[in-house]
Design a protein around this ligand. Structure first.
Ligand SMILES: [Zn+2]
Length: 489
């Protein structure tokens, strides 16, 4: 859901029926590559001992083009795409998968997730009551959910160090590649200040009363020295880029939406510290003043930004700023919710104000060709709500931007965003495209996603959507890093 700003929005939205983790779903079929009877001739395969998977009879969407290729073959060797073409074949031991004329495309990327508290019960108080066991369990379940929805990479925008990522990379648990931001960094009373009301400030008392601070989910830092320490502490814990909160949220308690958070000096300090690490920082910011403040300070990425004016959109386009926005909070569908759709509630007023301020956002982003990336920002939800939201978010991206632009925002554009992590990049290869040499993060789907996003599980319903299992029917095969995690072909 929307996010930290909207984050709370959704958070509450979500609080409506929570009983997380009824992990009873059937998981997708285990990895099973079909082996072929006939052994194609080896052509230009460098290492016959390498693990090979040959996809035949597929039409490729490469992550950027506005159409599919004719039927062709794709050879994966180890964890990379080795070659693409109708005459491409594999070695004697290659596993051959007949795509049956289906679409082969890049694995999806969600550039704004929170693995540690996607599936948390009880809203903000529930979040504050989490133990490390809760966090590990929730993150494990969330990671599997994302992978089964076709996301082979996620950008974790706050709330985890890299321990969880390493467990995935080692193959101990199943999940996408993770780019962790580390703890939320926020000023006192900022959007990431998720302390319970009345908990003293550790910067004043020297004692961390907040469970979320102790667990490293949030880091409250005021002033240049403390911001520098917070940024560097996140790096010490495995963050590969940094997220700060530069503006207010929609239904948060301590930070009205109009507020500007952090000074230019504090943000510049974060800019220097991240550039020194050869990476970048992004900010949570919705409004024209907050987004421009961050850009003035050197931000190369913005998260949210739906309430900015057209000049700010043009500025981001001109500077090549990466913009990640969750969209469903702009959807009239939200008004079907009893909390946000009831004019008697204050949240209704804020929701309507947000919708009004963001009504031209998508048109401007597309017109000025901003480097936009998909992010679902789901937090504090049940499994059912999680799936409903992400399916809706995929669909709504297509409604607002058209399927081609939306799909680029789920693949090649965030693949470029990943490159901003420079020498800090934990996955330094090419992500988000189907091309020779890129990571073998691959989906095989039923249908042409450029024509209908249902091919990747998009669905126009939302709260009223029929609860589904973990299996997204039209996503037939999921491969990450050359390994198959689902195959129902
Ligand atoms: Zn968020």
């Amino acid at each position: 859901m929307p996010t930290r700003s909207l984050f709370v929005l959704f958070a509450m939205l979500i609080a409506v029926g929570c009983s997380p983790n009824a992990n009873t779903e059937q998981s997708a079929a285990p990895p099973t590559a079909t082996t072929t009877e006939e052994s194609p001739v080896v052509e230009a395969v460098p290492d016959n001992d390498a693990s090979q998977t040959l996809f035949t009879n597929v039409r490729v969407w490469d992550g950027t083009s506005d159409g599919l290729t004719d039927t062709t073959n794709v050879l994966v060797v180890d964890n990379l795409i080795h070659s693409i073409g109708p005459d491409v074949s594999g070695g004697d031991d290659a596993a051959v998968i007949d795509g049956g004329g289906r679409t082969l495309m890049p694995g999806l990327i969600s550039s704004h997730v929170h693995l540690t508290h996607t599936l948390v019960d009880g809203g903000i108080p529930g979040l504050n009551a989490m133990t490390w066991e809760d966090i590990g369990a929730v993150a494990t379940a969330s990671a599997k959910e994302y992978l089964m929805m076709g996301f082979t990479t996620v950008r974790d925008m706050g709330g985890m160090a890299d321990g969880f990522k390493r467990a995935i990379d080692k193959g101990l648990i199943e999940g996408p590649r993770v780019y962790p931001a580390g703890a939320y960094i926020a000023q006192t009373s900022g959007h990431g200040d998720l302390r319970m009301r009345g908990q003293p400030n550790a910067q004043l008392t020297g004692i961390q009363y907040s469970n979320l601070e102790r667990l490293g989910i949030i880091r409250i830092a005021d002033g240049v020295p403390n911001v520098l320490t917070a940024v560097r502490e996140n790096f010490a814990n495995g963050a590969v880029y940094i997220k700060l909160h530069a503006g207010g949220g929609i239904s948060s308690e301590k930070d009205p939406l109009h507020t500007i958070q952090y000074t230019i000096e504090e943000l510049r300090a974060a800019d220097v510290a991240t550039r020194n690490w050869d990476t970048y920082f992004t900010v949570h910011a919705y409004t024209t003043p907050t987004v421009n403040l961050a850009l003035d300070a050197g931000a190369q990425a913005i998260d949210h930004g739906q309430m900015v004016d057209e000049n700010t959109i043009k500025r981001m386009a001109k500077q090549g700023t990466f913009l990640t926005s969750n969209l469903s909070g702009m959807s009239e569908g939200l008004l079907a919710h009893p909390l946000y759709g009831n004019p008697a509630n204050p949240q209704y007023i804020k929701t309507k104000a947000f919708m009004a301020a963001s009504k031209n956002f998508a048109d401007w982003v597309k017109e000025h060709d901003v480097k936009w990336s998909f992010g679902d920002d789901m937090v504090l939800s049940t499994q059912v709500q999680f799936r409903q939201l992400v399916d809706h978010e995929k669909w709504y991206a297509g409604e607002l931007f058209g399927n081609h632009f939306a799909l680029k925002g789920m693949t090649s554009t965030p693949g470029q965003l990943a490159q901003l992590t420079g020498q800090t990049n934990p996955y330094p290869g090419t992500l988000g495209v189907i091309e020779e040499g890129a990571y073998a993060d691959i989906l095989v789907v039923d249908g042409n996603p450029l024509e209908d996003l249902a091919a990747i599980g998009a669905y126009g319903g939302w709260f009223d959507a029929e609860p589904r299992s973990q299996n997204v029917e039209n996503i037939k095969l999921i491969m990450k890093d050359g390994k198959i995690y689902k195959n129902t072909l």
